[in-house]
Design a protein around this ligand. Sequence first.
Ligand code: ADP
Ligand code: MG
Length: 307
Amino acid sequence: MTVADSTSARASTSASGSNPNAAQEIAFEVAGIGKTFPGNPPVVALDNIDLRVERGEFLVLLGPSGCGKSTLLEILSGLQEPTEGTATFNGSQIHGPSPELGVVFQDASLYPWRTIAHNVELGLELKGTPTTERRAIAADTLASVGLAGFERKYPHQLSGGMRQRAGIARALATRPEVLLMDEPFGAVDHLTRIQLQHELLSLWERDRKTVVFVTHDVGEAVFLADRIVVLSPRPGRVYRQIQVDAPRPRQRGDHQLLDLEAAIYGILHELGADRLGTDGLAGPASADASGDDRLAADRSEREVQNA
Ligand code: ADP
Ligand code: MG
């Protein structure tokens, strides 16, 4: 594992600038992004964010709530414009949503009056894909997330975890190059969350799509990521970038991952993100953390203190 400050992480990514093919290997390039929401006083959500996401990379944006993770993800997905700086995807400025970018939110946001298959077909309908082809793609994609046989059910007939899988299937159905995921497992119970993390990694290992995944859960970040970008609390800035070199498939409870978790709790402590009075973070300060999370967090905290 490598814990680098953002300066040295930038230095190491810029080394790829000498590679003539480097441009094709970069999916997103964010330079000097700022976002201020108007109001009295205005809210500076993001400040001077520089970030590159490589093609096929599993990048996790981690930080306490309110630090601008969703805002940054929405800028990448074309749902919001930055107030400063530029964001490009495959070398072109991002202007509005694109079928290349599949987006998954915390709440699967399925239409309750549509069957699961019809929800999954939505993006294909917008693209004008013919009905028979749409049906076949929806069935295939639902099967790939373990929902074969549920095509004709309605969202209320599925569990929370199944609805999230359907949301992922909907994002995958248009065969996007990229998955942008905003706390997609935040609303499901702990064991389902673990299962969904495994399933997502299996899908990713098969297709190697570029994934940008937002979470405030340290354990989730460490388990999933190739690289973790830690954002500081308001205004959101890139505080650290952490390369996660642990081999895949990863084992939960692996020492390397637990050590990294401990190091990240240390970083969040530096940021004051684990103290009362700041917004929530999964782990020691979180009211909704499960017993397991709390034990792991307590252990990590002790490891940091004893280090
Ligand atoms: P996170 O996803 O990390 O919890 P957000 O990106 O949702 O953070 O929000 C970052 C900051 O910007 C917060 O202070 C939030 O209140 C503010 N914010 C987000 N969206 C808006 C908006 N549309 N108008 C005004 N303030 C907003
Ligand atoms: Mg958010």
